[in-house]
Design a protein. Structure first.
Length: 219
């Protein structure tokens, strides 16, 4: 999929395409209400629209990302409702949704809290990489309609078991539906020494395992 990307908008990476494949494999219900958390350039919003979604809501903290999503949907003839701001705060008032797609920032950093501005907001997720992951797990049961489905992608470096436990604690049925080893890109290569010191990767390791977690709400 070729996407327009204004300067400053984060380019879709391997995790985006892994999540898009998982969405297609999950057989999106016709007419589904879909939420795209952290929409970036709109790859997942467009995928959902082309797969038969009835309504797609895309939210990103970056105005440039929101504009990119709107443009990429528009040129393909899809109507996507785009909003700028904290995705979870805005989404609670706009739900519930049949499908929630989430590719949040998850790269561990040297800082306790994620940045408030700048390009690094697209990947930095605090000391353990879970600043937004934990929030998604907590609010997922509220965002999902009965029989709704969450598809969430993140690195195995961020504790997959913790994500599963948190989602199950919200009475969601969960499983890992996709895995893939992904070579480190520029951001992860720049964090190799930090990740090695914390014991998150082996010395010289230059890849991470990406996982897609599915969580379903009962009817």
């Amino acid at each position: 999929m070729t996407l327009l990307r204004p300067p400053g908008a984060y380019r879709a990476q391997g995790d985006t395409w892994l999540l898009a494949e998982a969405l297609l494999d999950a057989a999106l219900p016709a007419g589904a209400r879909v939420l795209d958390i952290g929409c970036g350039t709109g790859a997942l919003s467009v995928t959902a629209a082309e797969a038969g979604a009835g309504h797609v809501t895309a939210i990103d903290v970056s105005r440039r990302a929101a504009c990119a999503t709107w443009l990429n949907a528009r040129v393909r003839g899809h109507r996507v409702r785009v909003a700028v701001g904290d995705a979870l705060d805005l989404a609670v008032d706009r739900g519930p949704f049949d499908v929630v797609l989430a590719n949040p920032p998850y790269v561990p950093s040297a800082h306790r809290h994620p940045p408030r501005r700048g390009a690094a907001r697209a990947w930095d997720a605090g000391h353990d990489g879970r600043a937004l992951l934990d929030r998604i797990c907590a609010v997922a049961p509220v965002l999902l309609a009965p029989e709704g489905m969450l598809l969430l992608v993140h690195s195995a470096l961020c504790d997959v078991d913790k994500t599963l436990r948190q989602l199950r604690g919200g009475d969601l049925k969960t499983s890992v539906v996709a895995r893939r080893d992904e070579p480190f890109g520029p951001v992860m290569r720049g964090r190799q020494a930090l990740l090695e010191r914390r014991g998150l990767i082996e010395p010289g390791q230059d890849y991470e395992e990406l996982v897609v977690i599915r969580a379903d709400r009962a009817s």
